[in-house]
Ligand binder design. Structure first.
Ligand code: NDP
Length: 244
């Protein structure tokens, strides 16, 4: 039986690249999505065309009931869960500074990025196989602390803290818990609402002078999910070309 990886938010962007990479690595993959069934089906189709195993499962990670159902369906259809990649996240374009941030934006960021990661980690802690891996998603903005990102960064700093604590709490289960913290990466989440000049300026913040690509981040996740990553535990790996 193949090992099974759930990738949340895998219909587009970084998550879609991770699903395709982990399928190439030999995992059966669960392509979770919130609303974009057509894009999720495309990712499943690409994996299957390559000879891999994939299913698409809708679930809003902000809902504990949806996340429970996501794990239950995975086990019913694929038999087990070995890897959780907690990639689903939101960053609405043109975030205002803290003083102008309204309750709706703050609450939505917390619900999806922080509670969503909590919901999936809680389920994974109970259901992952021995030798399992949990890979959360932070952001290198936790290091740069740029103005305008206070609420978003607060959710990601919370994810980093839960990563290290859960790693300790899973003592004895042979399950590692780490986080990947990308820098600016060419997806809708980063590109939407920015001028070409701003995108260029942010890309140049890294000594490698380019934006990250979804495959750059998928490579880091593949390392943490695979045999070579087995001694890394409770860490946040910044994948950002050296920006911070
Ligand atoms: P995208 O906006 O490109 O894709 C987001 C994905 O998450 C989509 O598949 C979307 O599904 C899914 N999603 C959104 N909300 C939910 C939800 N409530 N429940 C389930 N799935 C959901 O984002 P990226 O690929 O850029 O981001 C991936 C992760 O990387 C995020 O956690 C983000 O914070 C982090 N990150 C990204 C950076 C960047 O520069 N791009 C930098 C640092 C961190 P659907 O298609 O159905 O809407």
């Amino acid at each position: 039986m193949k090992q099974v990886a759930i990738i949340t938010g895998a219909s587009r962007g970084i998550g879609a690249a991770i699903a395709q990479r982990l399928a190439k690595d030999g995992f059966a993959v669960v392509v979770n999505y919130a609303g974009n069934v057509a894009e999720a089906d495309k990712v499943v189709g690409a994996v299957r065309a390559d000879g891999g195993t994939a299913i698409a499962v809708q679930a809003d990670v902000a809902s504990a009931a949806d996340v429970r159902a996501l794990f239950e369906r995975t086990i019913a259809e694929l038999g087990r869960v070995d890897v959780l990649v907690n990639n689903a996240g939101i960053m609405p374009p043109n975030l205002p500074q803290l003083a102008a941030t309204d309750d709706d934006i703050f609450d939505r960021l917390v619900a999806v990025n922080l509670k969503g990661s909590f919901n999936t980690m809680r389920e994974a802690a109970a259901k992952l196989e021995q030798g399992g891996r949990i890979i959360n998603f932070s952001s290198s903005l936790v290091g740069t602390l740029l103005p305008g990102y206070s609420a978003y960064v607060a959710t990601k700093a919370g994810v980093e803290a839960m990563t290290s604590i859960l790693a300790k709490e899973l003592r004895g289960k042979n399950i590692t818990v780490n986080a990947v913290a990308p820098g600016p990466t060419a997806t809708a989440l980063f590109l939407d609402g920015k001028t070409p000049e701003l995108i260029e300026r942010l890309a140049k913040m890294t000594p490698l002078e380019r934006l990250g690509q979804p495959d750059d981040i998928a490579s880091a996740v593949s390392f943490l999910a695979g045999p070579d990553g087995s001694w890394i535990n409770g860490q946040t790996l910044r994948a950002n070309g050296g920006m911070v």
